[in-house]
Ligand binder design. Structure first.
Ligand code: TUI
Length: 314
């Protein structure tokens, strides 16, 4: 059995958290992951508060199991999103793209577990004094907004720097990735890209097929010059970014390219002019399968890896 203290902390069966992907992680996927024994997480992204309220109600209709909400702190609605989470508390709040410190005490008061995503040791250290419950150490193999360090380098450094449980994210696809994360000192994993191709995920089939077709070098990092680097599948839009960044175009013009582009990909299915945020494991995703099958595959694979290691290590 692959059970860790994260399972007890969050009331889940397997140490697998689904990444809170904006426009991707909606009620159907979230409920399916939680029903399968992982932790489903609604991606609130830059959506308005009414959108989150509806997603909360839909998720609650579909599952009685614990689930979470990811709050993207660059969102203009971050304060209002947090207010909803105080009125209608969820089991877990994960945060990204900023420092959630000021929101932590009120959430903790309600019994919500608060797990910030960090991409550096410095931010993890700064956040310990706010009383957060754990950290997600997210390496630059991940899709979306990323930091500079790889999962392999970041995870053990965060584990050593803080006295709290650490969950590894970025570059994890299957049981091998889960066991590797545990070897680095993590208590579990957060995975986004593989869940994009869950049967229950409501993004257009065209986007899933684009992920399935992708190969090892098919992601690109855009927007480094804006201070918000984003990993996404290479397409017409990433080539436009590349050209503008090479020509030192004004930062405001480069930022403008990104406005509305995630929705264009994940809702409208425009895989050429939208930002198809996905991580480096995109190449390993080769089919659409139910969330439960994904989770069972990871857990069974992890058991096999552990057995294999026992034979290999003398
Ligand atoms: O947040 C993510 N991934 C995301 S957010 C997103 S929406 C977006 N789109 C365009 C530009 C920016 C965002 C798409 N994908 N992952 C968690 C994460 N958080 N990765 C890195 C960070 C992070 C980075 C800097 C967290 C905090 C931070 O600094 C905060 C501080 O105050 O030092």
């Amino acid at each position: 059995m692959i059970r860790t203290m994260l399972c007890d902390l969050l009331g889940i069966e397997y140490p697998i958290i689904q990444g809170g992907m904006a426009w991707v992680a909606t009620a159907e996927l979230v409920a399916a992951v939680s029903e399968a024994g992982g932790l489903g997480v609604i991606g609130s992204g830059a959506a308005p508060p009414e959108w989150l309220r509806e997603q909360l109600h839909r998720t609650r209709k579909l599952t009685q199991k614990p689930f979470g909400v990811n709050v993207m702190l660059l969102s203009p609605y971050a304060n209002e999103i947090m207010e909803i989470l105080l009125k209608e508390p969820v089991a877990v709040v994960t945060t990204g793209a900023g420092n959630p410190g000021k929101y932590v005490p009120a959430l903790k008061e309600l019994g919500t577990r608060v797990i910030p995503v960090v991409s550096s040791v410095a931010l993890a250290k700064r956040l310990t004094r706010w009383g957060v419950d754990a950290f997600i150490a997210e390496g630059m193999e991940s899709g979306g907004h990323i930091g500079e360090l790889t999962t392999m380098a970041l995870t053990p450094q965060v584990v050593e720097a803080v006295d709290l449980p650490v969950i590894a994210a970025g570059g994890v696809y299957d049981g091998r990735g889960l066991v590797a994360a545990l070897a680095l000192g993590a208590v579990g994993v957060q995975m986004g890209t593989r869940f994009m191709c869950a049967a229950e995920c409501t993004i257009p089939r065209r986007v899933k097929d684009f992920v399935i077709r992708s190969r090892d070098r098919d992601t690109a990092i855009s927007g480094v010059s804006t201070g918000h680097p984003v990993r996404a599948l290479r397409n017409k839009l990433t080539r436009k970014y590349e050209e503008m960044e090479k020509n030192h175009a004004p930062v405001a013009d480069i930022e403008n390219l990104g406005v509305g582009s995630l929705r264009r990909a994940m809702v409208e299915g425009d895989i050429e002019n939208g930002t198809v945020m996905a991580g480096q494991v995109s190449a390993m995703v080769n089919k659409v399968q139910p969330a439960e099958e994904i989770i069972q595959d990871i857990i069974n694979g992890a058991r096999r890896v552990v057995k294999g290691l026992n034979g290999q290590v003398v």
